[in-house]
Write a protein that binds this ligand. Structure first.
Ligand code: IPE
Ligand code: IPE
Ligand code: MG
Ligand code: MG
Length: 315
């Protein structure tokens, strides 16, 4: 939410925020409550629920099912962050200490599971196609994360492999957001397909930008520790492109170097940072083109603004 967020979306997001907090907190055991609410209170962009809410304007907005699906998406996303931070061994997220830092790994894993289940409960309350879309999206995200672990520390990992992985681990939830917004609002099948394609392309652009931010971002703005991907051996698009162009970098990484200071000059000098940004722009353009197939309305401008906002994180 920024000062440019339309009033209707601010109101929609407030309702959904209430649902998220109630669902994660109200029935929670006292031991679960604090870790379950920790990241919700720390911040976050609420991008996936926002997308579902905006997408619903291609049909009949304001239905309870849309709110439930939007809140479910954020809870599922949150759960994936709890687990991701254990896997990536990170100390900060949303500018706050990570859950495993504060409460230990066991709690982070189990409360992550709890949040997954809370999200699925909301999906079941929404009914219709929502639980199925949500469950299949979760399965795809898990598969993306699992495949990624098999590519760690490989400087010869292909760009195609990278894109397949981010399509699964990240773009899936954005695609589901577009689809859930559309279905819960009773949008037509072609409009639903356009929103699904929009979400997927946006998600791909978004993860490339996130991967660039891990290399060149300001931690005060991202709320995350720079250089985490490298440290964990996750070689993202800029690194892979640079490796294709610069044998010295392949050698450096093969020798076990994982420091940002040592690697970053290779990424800049080879032009890999710029090429990765171009690729993000291509996906962003693809997302915007999908909007042409949607019914008229201001929400289309909002969907385009979200795409611009994803790229603007790098400004
Ligand atoms: C972080 O997602 C995980 C990625 C897919 C890169 P966000 O950048 O949307 O995280 P929050 O929700 O704003 O914290
Ligand atoms: C993981 O990607 C995205 C998920 C599906 C959780 P990242 O590892 O890049 O996410 P951040 O940077 O930790 O938010
Ligand atoms: Mg991570
Ligand atoms: Mg990242």
């Amino acid at each position: 939410v920024s000062e440019r967020t339309p009033e209707w979306l601010v109101a929609d997001l407030l309702r959904v925020e209430e649902l998220i907090t109630q669902t994660a907190g109200d029935r929670a055991h006292p031991l679960v409550r604090d870790p379950a609410l920790h990241l919700i209170g720390a911040g976050g962009k609420r991008l996936r629920p926002a997308l579902a809410l905006i997408a619903s304007r291609a049909g009949e907005p304001g239905r309870r099912e849309t709110d439930l699906a939007a809140a479910a998406l954020e809870l599922v996303h949150l759960a994936s962050l709890y687990h991701d931070d254990v896997l990536d061994d990170t100390q900060v997220r949303r500018g706050a200490p990570t859950v495993h830092e504060k409460w230990g790994t066991d709690i982070a894993i189990l409360v992550g599971d709890y949040l997954f289940a809370c999200g699925c409960g909301l999906g079941a309350d929404a009914g219709g196609e929502v639980p199925g879309i949500l469950a299949r999206a979760i399965a795809d995200v898990c598969q993306g994360q699992i495949v990624e672990t098999s590519t760690l520390n490989d400087p010869r990992r292909s760009v195609a492999d990278y894109e397949d992985t981010i399509r699964a681990k990240t773009a899936t939830l954005f695609k589901a957001a577009g689809e859930l917004g559309a279905t819960t609002a009773g949008a037509s099948e072609p409009h639903r397909a356009a929103l699904r394609a929009y979400g997927e392309s946006l998600g791909l652009a978004f993860q490339i930008v996130d991967d660039l931010l891990d290399l060149v971002g300001d931690p005060d703005i991202t709320g995350k520790e720079p250089g985490t991907d490298l440290k964990e051996g996750v070689f993202t698009l800029p690194v892979l492109l640079a490796c294709e162009r610069d044998p010295d970098l392949v050698e450096l990484l093969s020798s076990g170097e994982r420091g940002l200071d040592a690697v970053l000059p290779h990424l800049k000098d080879s032009g890999a940072i710029d090429t990765a940004l171009d690729r993000a722009r291509e996906f962003a353009g693809g997302a915007k083109r999908c909007l042409e197939e949607l019914p008229d309305g201001d929400y289309r401008i909002t969907l385009a603004t979200v795409v611009d906002g994803a790229l603007a994180q790098l400004d």
